[in-house]
Design a protein around this ligand. Structure first.
Ligand SMILES: [Zn+2]
Length: 129
Protein backbone atom coordinates (compact mmCIF):
# COMPACT_ATOMS: atom_id res chain seq x y z
CA UNK A 1 0.00 0.00 0.00
CA UNK A 2 1.27 3.44 -0.74
CA UNK A 3 -0.04 6.89 -0.15
CA UNK A 4 0.37 10.10 -2.12
CA UNK A 5 2.86 11.77 0.16
CA UNK A 6 4.87 8.98 1.75
CA UNK A 7 4.96 6.53 -1.20
CA UNK A 8 6.92 3.35 -0.40
CA UNK A 9 8.06 4.65 3.00
CA UNK A 10 4.44 4.27 4.11
CA UNK A 11 5.45 0.77 5.19
CA UNK A 12 7.31 2.31 8.14
CA UNK A 13 4.25 4.12 9.40
CA UNK A 14 5.25 6.95 11.70
CA UNK A 15 8.53 5.31 12.70
CA UNK A 16 12.16 6.44 12.31
CA UNK A 17 11.46 10.14 11.66
CA UNK A 18 10.48 12.17 8.61
CA UNK A 19 14.03 13.15 7.64
CA UNK A 20 15.29 9.59 7.38
CA UNK A 21 12.21 8.43 5.48
CA UNK A 22 12.59 11.33 3.02
CA UNK A 23 16.24 10.43 2.44
CA UNK A 24 15.32 6.78 1.87
CA UNK A 25 12.67 7.89 -0.61
CA UNK A 26 15.35 9.64 -2.66
CA UNK A 27 17.72 6.66 -2.99
CA UNK A 28 15.54 3.57 -2.68
CA UNK A 29 13.88 3.65 -6.13
CA UNK A 30 17.34 4.04 -7.69
CA UNK A 31 18.96 1.20 -5.76
CA UNK A 32 16.10 -1.19 -6.60
CA UNK A 33 16.41 -0.47 -10.32
CA UNK A 34 18.17 -2.86 -12.70
CA UNK A 35 21.49 -1.38 -13.74
CA UNK A 36 23.70 -1.86 -16.78
CA UNK A 37 26.41 -4.49 -16.38
CA UNK A 38 29.99 -3.17 -16.79
CA UNK A 39 31.05 -6.53 -18.31
CA UNK A 40 28.30 -7.61 -20.68
CA UNK A 41 26.31 -4.38 -21.02
CA UNK A 42 22.92 -5.93 -20.30
CA UNK A 43 20.57 -4.23 -17.87
CA UNK A 44 20.59 -7.14 -15.46
CA UNK A 45 22.56 -5.89 -12.47
CA UNK A 46 20.83 -6.09 -9.10
CA UNK A 47 22.02 -4.89 -5.71
CA UNK A 48 22.67 -7.85 -3.43
CA UNK A 49 23.80 -5.99 -0.34
CA UNK A 50 25.66 -2.80 0.54
CA UNK A 51 28.23 -2.29 -2.21
CA UNK A 52 27.67 -5.74 -3.74
CA UNK A 53 26.09 -6.10 -7.16
CA UNK A 54 25.20 -9.16 -9.17
CA UNK A 55 24.59 -9.52 -12.91
CA UNK A 56 21.94 -12.12 -13.72
CA UNK A 57 23.04 -12.31 -17.36
CA UNK A 58 26.76 -13.13 -17.06
CA UNK A 59 26.74 -14.37 -13.43
CA UNK A 60 29.32 -11.90 -12.14
CA UNK A 61 29.35 -10.38 -8.70
CA UNK A 62 31.25 -7.13 -8.28
CA UNK A 63 31.78 -4.28 -5.85
CA UNK A 64 30.43 -0.79 -6.35
CA UNK A 65 28.92 2.08 -4.44
CA UNK A 66 26.75 1.47 -1.40
CA UNK A 67 23.48 2.03 -3.29
CA UNK A 68 24.48 2.27 -6.95
CA UNK A 69 27.03 0.17 -8.89
CA UNK A 70 28.88 3.34 -9.94
CA UNK A 71 29.56 6.55 -8.09
CA UNK A 72 31.32 9.74 -9.16
CA UNK A 73 33.89 9.55 -6.37
CA UNK A 74 34.48 5.86 -7.14
CA UNK A 75 35.20 6.77 -10.77
CA UNK A 76 37.76 9.39 -9.72
CA UNK A 77 39.53 6.89 -7.42
CA UNK A 78 39.61 4.36 -10.29
CA UNK A 79 41.16 7.02 -12.54
CA UNK A 80 43.73 7.86 -9.84
CA UNK A 81 44.77 4.21 -9.50
CA UNK A 82 44.97 3.68 -13.26
CA UNK A 83 47.07 6.81 -13.84
CA UNK A 84 49.05 6.36 -10.58
CA UNK A 85 48.71 10.09 -9.98
CA UNK A 86 46.95 10.82 -6.76
CA UNK A 87 47.59 14.48 -6.03
CA UNK A 88 46.35 15.76 -9.39
CA UNK A 89 42.79 14.54 -8.89
CA UNK A 90 42.58 15.16 -5.17
CA UNK A 91 40.89 18.55 -5.46
CA UNK A 92 38.32 17.06 -7.82
CA UNK A 93 37.62 14.23 -5.37
CA UNK A 94 37.10 16.60 -2.48
CA UNK A 95 34.73 18.80 -4.48
CA UNK A 96 32.54 15.86 -5.54
CA UNK A 97 29.11 15.69 -3.97
CA UNK A 98 27.38 12.38 -4.49
CA UNK A 99 24.36 13.64 -6.37
CA UNK A 100 21.02 12.67 -4.97
CA UNK A 101 21.70 11.67 -1.39
CA UNK A 102 23.95 14.47 -0.19
CA UNK A 103 21.98 16.92 -2.28
CA UNK A 104 18.81 15.88 -0.53
CA UNK A 105 20.49 16.25 2.86
CA UNK A 106 21.50 19.77 1.90
CA UNK A 107 17.96 20.49 0.73
CA UNK A 108 16.59 19.25 4.02
CA UNK A 109 18.89 21.53 5.94
CA UNK A 110 17.90 24.44 3.73
CA UNK A 111 14.20 23.75 4.18
CA UNK A 112 14.73 23.59 7.94
CA UNK A 113 16.40 26.98 7.81
CA UNK A 114 13.50 28.38 5.78
CA UNK A 115 11.03 27.03 8.33
CA UNK A 116 12.85 28.67 11.21
CA UNK A 117 13.04 31.91 9.22
CA UNK A 118 9.28 31.86 8.66
CA UNK A 119 8.70 31.22 12.36
CA UNK A 120 10.89 34.16 13.27
CA UNK A 121 8.98 36.40 10.83
CA UNK A 122 5.63 35.34 12.30
CA UNK A 123 6.89 36.05 15.80
CA UNK A 124 8.15 39.43 14.68
CA UNK A 125 4.71 40.28 13.25
CA UNK A 126 3.05 39.25 16.50
CA UNK A 127 5.36 41.48 18.46
CA UNK A 128 4.57 44.45 16.17
CA UNK A 129 0.77 44.10 16.60
ZN1 LIG B 1 26.76 -8.95 -17.03
Amino acid sequence: MSTKKTKQTARFGARYGVGIRKRLLKIEPLQRQKHECPLCGFKKVKRVSTGIFYCGKCNTTFAGGAYLPKTTSGDIIKKMVEQKSFMANLAQLISVKEGSVEGSILNLEESRKEKTDKKEKKEAKKNKS
